[in-house]
Design a protein around this ligand. Structure first.
Ligand SMILES: Cc1cc2nc3c(=O)[nH]c(=O)nc-3n(C[C@H](O)[C@H](O)[C@H](O)COP(=O)(O)O)c2cc1C
Length: 181
């Protein structure tokens, strides 16, 4: 049975949360276990850049990243859902990514599957969510992960807007499941 981690870059009960909830329903039907991580609701210290983790593969901070890292290690695929912010990924996700650095030198992210999903208020033609996907893809690249699927939801400004796109979510999930299974 495969296991995935869904990492949500928004703190509000908004579009990213709604999408993650729908995703979990689809995964459950396929007997895929999903663990949700919402970095913004956790205690996560900012990376100081000391680089000790490059030597010993450990971070000195004692916070929620210990549990998060265990969840990441046991997942075959990491699914990042980001609200688009200034054409980029959310700050919560960037803080989370920086704290994954202890996994870099021991190559523990290498060859994991990565899924990048961006949600934004703007229209598709404005290429804003596309830029957010690019920033998630750059992380995957740098960590030597395999970006197996990406998707953009546009015109989702208010917290519940994505719920109007249920059919699109269902279609996307059909494709996504094929890639992470
Ligand atoms: C600080 C900030 C910056 C934003 N920048 C963008 C942007 O560059 N492009 C865009 O399409 N939407 C932008 N938005 C809108 C959010 O992406 C949109 O509301 C999204 O649905 C938020 O996801 P959530 O409901 O999961 O929080 C921004 C929102 C905030 C709060």
């Amino acid at each position: 049975m495969s296991k995935v981690a869904i990492i949500i870059g928004s703190r509000r009960t908004g579009n990213s949360h709604h999408l993650a909830k729908k995703m979990m329903e689809h995964f459950k039907k396929e007997r895929i276990i999903s663990n949700v991580i919402i970095p913004g609701n956790q205690k996560i210290f900012l990376c100081t850049g000391c680089m000790d983790c490059d030597i010993n593969g450990k971070c000195d901070f004692k916070d929620d990243m210990e549990d998060n890292i265990n969840k990441i290690l046991e997942s075959e695929a990491l699914i990042f859902i980001t609200p688009t912010r200034w054409n980029l990924l959310s700050g919560d996700l960037k803080i989370f990514m920086d704290r994954l650095n202890p996994l870099y030198t021991p190559k523990k992210l290498e060859n994991k599957k990565m899924v990048a999903i961006a949600i934004g208020g703007k229209k598709k033609e404005e290429y804003s969510t596309e830029a957010a996907i690019t920033s998630l893809g750059s992380f995957a690249d740098s960590a030597n992960m395999k970006l197996v699927f990406s998707y953009q939801f546009n015109e989702c400004l208010q917290a519940n807007d994505i719920l109007e796109q249920e059919e699109e979510i269902n279609k996307m999930m059909e494709e996504l499941i094929k890639k992470v299974k």
